[in-house]
Design a protein around this ligand. Structure first.
Ligand code: HEC
Ligand code: HEC
Ligand code: HEC
Ligand code: HEC
Ligand code: HEC
Length: 332
């Protein structure tokens, strides 16, 4: 009897502890319906692949982007907040201008901007009311009208509509076909959220073709938009692309300075007196170089500029201030 007493005491203590734990420490799991989302970070635990891609994308950086900060006076110009820290697109509605968000601006164009529906569910490709985020199928996610509230400000969607890519049929390719390809080209693996644009040299190389030949003694250079499903380059305010040439250096001597030949750009408001020279899809621009020095061996190069102006417009230095897209050598 005396031997049993401590064992009984232990049992009672254990039961009491269990009861306390059951009552206070372990609430029943919340039903899936109760899950509400107010930050992209909440998506990370279950959707690590799109999260990791988005995190390094310019969408995720649209609030911290130093170029935007500089031009907006750290968002003292509050008009700039609308698209750089927006509320959910499907809440304001397609065809409407997006509205600025008050909270978590640092997350930029975030998961909620593109996926959150007004009823708290998540727009996706499947119907699954029992999943924690309750995805529902919304086809408009992959339509150009979905990108338009933010991306048509400088005409990208209108430019796309004028290309053969916009014709329904075998050649049809919309924004996500080029900018959100399937991971490993496998539709079952979903779409890459890195959203490559002008910062990606590989995408830029796919956009344009650079050719040169001699005709009646003159150097003739051609650039064709073969891969951008809109104008090249497409953004009017921040982007430009420049063509340069120079005689090839003699062996043993350093390279000569690049000579500017042509600029592809839609001039912004205060660049008066300039024409829009963006190159529409499928079109070629042809430029003759009438300079005696171009008769010898030369090199020709196409550069892309993420910020349009040269620090010294008289002596532009593309190798320092721009991205090389294509370079060719032409024999005499
Ligand atoms: C209607 C939506 C919208 C508004 C309003 C807006 N932007 Fe943007 N901004 C965009 C989009 C979309 C891009 C990326 C598109 C592109 O590069 O073609 C962009 C890109 C930029 C870039 C280039 C960033 C880079 O990666 O180099 C800068 C700089 C910029 N915006 C500044 C501003 C400033 C300053 C304002 C306010 C005067 C502003 N934006 C207002 C939609 C908007
Ligand atoms: C606790 C885990 C969890 C969280 C948190 C979560 N989800 Fe989900 N999500 C799921 C599951 C499970 C599915 C269903 C997958 C399936 O059925 O193939 C799903 C499906 C989806 C789909 C549809 C997938 C498709 O193929 O179309 C999208 C889009 C989605 N989630 C986005 C989000 C976003 C955005 C967030 C954050 C706001 C989020 N989810 C938060 C677990 C979660
Ligand atoms: C700029 C808009 C945009 C942003 C930002 C965005 N998505 Fe998506 N997301 C899409 C589009 C478009 C699809 C493709 C839908 C389709 O194929 O029908 C998609 C698809 C998905 C899917 C379905 C499976 C897959 O991988 O394709 C999931 C899950 C998803 N997104 C989660 C997220 C999460 C999590 C975030 C934030 C880290 C996020 N998305 C940010 C536009 C966006
Ligand atoms: C709610 C507004 C919004 C929506 C919707 C949106 N974007 Fe963007 N996007 C932006 C902003 C703002 C930037 C500029 C971010 C920066 O660089 O500061 C941007 C940048 C980009 C870039 C440029 C990346 C780079 O290298 O500079 C691409 C490409 C892009 N978006 C594609 C898309 C596509 C495709 C869709 C539709 C599926 C889409 N976006 C939907 C606001 C949006
Ligand atoms: C056939 C493929 C293709 C299609 C379709 C396409 N793009 Fe592009 N996009 C490109 C290429 C290549 C570039 C790089 C060259 C350039 O800037 O034009 C680019 C550049 C961009 C940029 C510039 C990013 C920057 O850094 O300034 C944005 C924004 C963009 N595309 C958005 C869109 C939107 C929105 C759509 C749909 C209306 C779309 N694209 C359709 C191939 C495509």
């Amino acid at each position: 009897m005396t031997a049993l007493r401590p064992a009984l005491g232990l049992l009672v203590a254990a039961l009491a502890l269990w009861l306390a734990w059951a009552l206070f420490a372990a609430p029943a799991p919340a039903p899936a319906q109760a899950r509400t989302f107010n930050s992209s970070r909440q998506c990370q635990e279950c959707h690590s692949a799109p999260y990791a891609e988005w995190e390094v994308s310019w969408h995720a950086q649209s609030w911290n982007d130093p170029e935007v900060r500089k031009l907006s006076g750290d968002f003292a110009n509050t008009d700039c907040i609308d698209c750089h820290a927006p509320r959910p697109v499907l809440e304001t509605g397609l065809g409407q201008r997006v509205l600025p968000r008050v909270a978590r601006r640092v997350e930029g164009v975030d998961c909620l901007t593109c996926h959150l529906l007004p009823d708290g569910r998540i727009a996706g490709t499947i119907e699954n009311p029992s999943a924690p985020c309750r995805p529902t199928e919304r086809r408009e996610l992959v339509q150009p009208e979905f990108c338009a509230p933010c991306h048509d400000q400088h005409g990208t969607v209108q430019q796309w509509k004028a290309t053969p890519f916009a014709q329904q049929g075998p050649g049809f390719r919309n924004c996500v076909d080029c900018h959100m390809p399937f991971r490993d080209a496998d539709p079952a693996r979903g779409r890459d959220h890195t959203m490559h644009g002008g910062h990606d040299p590989a995408l830029l190389r796919a956009a344009a073709e650079l050719r040169a030949h001699r005709a009646e003694g003159a150097l003739v250079v051609e650039v064709e938009n073969v891969g951008a499903g809109h104008n090249y380059p497409t953004d009017e305010r921040s982007r430009a692309s420049d063509l340069f040439w120079r005689p090839l250096a003699e062996p043993g001597s350093g390279p000569l300075p690049w000579r500017h030949l042509y600029r592809f750009r839609n001039p912004y408001r205060y660049e008066v007196g300039l024409e829009n020279t963006e190159l529409p899809f499928g079109q070629t621009v042809t430029i003759r170089v009438d300079d005696p020095q171009s008769a010898g061996p030369v090199e020709v190069a196409l550069f892309y500029k993420l910020s349009p102006y040269w620090s010294d417009p008289q002596r532009p230095d593309p190798e320092r201030e721009a991205t090389l897209v294509h370079r060719i050598e032409v024999a005499p």
